[in-house]
Design a protein around this ligand. Sequence first.
Ligand code: ARG
Length: 612
Amino acid sequence: MYDYKEVWKEKIAEALTQALKNSGADSGGAITPAQVTAEVPPNPDMGDIGFPMFGFAKLFRKAPPQIAALLAGQLPGTQALGPYLNVRLDRAETVRGILGALLSGSGSGRGLGRPDTLAGKKIMVEFSSPNTNKPLHLGHLRNDILGESISRILAACGADVRKVCIINDRGIHICKSMLAYKEQGQGKTPESEGVKSDRFVGDWYVAFSKALKEEAAALEEGGLDKKTAEARAPLMLRAQELLRQWESGDSETVALWKTMNEWAVRGMKQTYVRTGVSFDQYYYESQTYLLGKDEVLKGLERGIFFREADGAVAVDLSAEKLDKKILLRGDGTSIYITQDIGTAISRHKDWSFDRLIYVVGSEQQYHFKVLFTLLDKLGFPWAKNLYHLSYGMVNLPEGKMKSREGTVVDADDLIDSLREMALEEIRAKEREEAVGEPEAVAEKVALGALHYFLLQVSAAKDMLFDPKESLSFNGNTGPYLQYMGARISSLLQKALLQKALPQKADLSKANNGNGGEPRYELLSSDAEWELVKTLGGYNDAVASAAANMDPSVLTAYIYELAKAFSRFYHDCPILSAQDAELAQARLALCRGVLLVLQNALELVCIPFLEAM
Ligand code: ARG
C-alpha cells in the first residue's frame, strides 16, 4: 500500500542528511526515515502532515525552528511553522499514489492492511477459556471477540499468531451440575430433551443453585449466617464428595464427568462456529492442573518460596507491593495460580512464544500481576512478555432481556433475539426479496451489530450492551457499516449494468478501457481528497490497533472512513457525473473504499454483506 507519510519521511531524512553534510558537522552517518516522526497538524490549514524537528537539535546544534526553516528552503511543498516542518501534499500525486497502488492491475490491494510491523514475532493469545458448568454468556462474547479480533490484527501485522483456549473442566463448579443431574436427571440427554447440549448442562447447574438456596435458607432460619449455611448444606457436602471421587479416579464419577463435559464443550464449539471464533489449540485443565506443583516445589528448594506451619507453600511478595500468596495448600493440593504457573511453562515448551496475551476479565487483574511476578521470580526470561488484556463487565439495560438466573444472559439467546429483531426490520422494510436469504442475512446483521458494539468501547471500560441501539442502521453501528458496504456493492453492480453512461464509457473497470489508469487527479474536491487520505491511513490504523492491543482503534477508523464516504457520496455524483472520465475516477475510488472496508471488517469480525 502507498504510504504518503513514509514517502515524506524518506524525503526529509535525505534532506536532513544532506544538510548535515553541508554544514560540515561530524554527522556520524545518515539520518534514517525511522528517526523522523510524523504528526497530523491540529488544523488542516496548516498542512497535511507535520514533522517535529526537536529530535535533531542536538545533532545540528541548532534550535528546532531553525532546522525547520532550513529544510523548508530546500523542499518544495513544505513550510516551517515554529519547530515543525509542515507538508502540504500534492493532491494529484497523492491520490494517484494511493489509488494506483490500491487498484493497480497486478495484485489489487497488495499490502492492504498489512503494515508488517510484527513480522517474525510469535504471539500466543489465550481467550474465551470457559468453565464447563454452563453455556457461554454475554461476558464471553466480549472476551471472544476481543481475542479473535486482536489475533487477526496481530496476524495482519505479520505476527505468527497462535490462538489458544483453556477449558476449565474440573473443580467444584462442574461437580455441582453433575450432582444435580445424577440425582434428578439420569436417563435424560440433550437429544431426549431437544436442548442444545451446553444449555442442557447449564440447566442442571441452575437446578443445583436453586436447591442449594432453599437448603441454605432453611439453615439460616436455624441461626447460621449465609456463608456458613451454604457451606454446610447437605447438597454442598455431596458436591464436594463428588469432587473427591473424581480426584480419586472413581470410574462411575469419571464417566459421568466425561459425558457432561463432552456435552458442554460440544455446545460451546457450536457457538464459536456461529460467531466466527476459532482456536489453534485447546488446553484442558483436567490435563494440566497438576503441572504447576513441581515448579512450586522447585521454587521452594531454591528458597524463592517458603513453607508455612501447616505445610502450605507460600511466597512473600511484599517487596513487589503485593500480598503474601499461598501456592500449594497444606494437604498438597494445587490452586488456581499453581495451575496457571504450570500451564504457562508448558505452553512455552509447546511453542516458544515471544509474547503471550491473556484475554481475561478485569476482576482477575491481581491474579495476573501475581502470576507474572512469580514466573519472573522463577527465572523465566519470557515472563517479561506476558500481558493481561483485561476487559470490563458487559451489562444489559434493566429489563431488556431476561436471563435464566436473572443476572447473565446466554450468548446464544442474545444472538437469537438480535437476529429476530434484524429479521423484523428486513420484513418491515420489505427487503426480503432484495436480500435473497433473509434469515442468513439477519444472522449476519446480528453478529455485525454485536461485534461492533462490543469492540468499539475500549476493553478496559465496563459497558452497557444496548441491543436496539446496536442494530440501528444510522449511527455508529455495525449494521451502518455493513449497509455502506452493500450500498457500494450495488453501486458498482449498477455501473456494470448501465449502458447509457456518458460517452458509453465502460465504468465496470477501474481502468479507462485503454488499459491505462483512470484519471485519479480529477478527484480534487475536498470530499474526495479527505476520503482518499483516509484510505491512505488504513495500514497505520491497523498498526496502531496492534501496538495498543486495542481493536477499538480500528472500529474508530472504519467509522471515520464511513463518514468520509458519506460526505463524498452526498457531494459528488457518481453514475450521473457530467464527465465520463470523472465518473470513472469516482467509481475507482468507490472500489478502493470497498476493498479497504472489506479488509477492515474482517479484522473486527463483522460479516460483509453484498445486499441488505
Ligand atoms: N475459566 C476462568 C474463569 O471463568 C478463566 C480462565 C482464564 N485463564 C487463565 N489462564 N487463568 O474465570
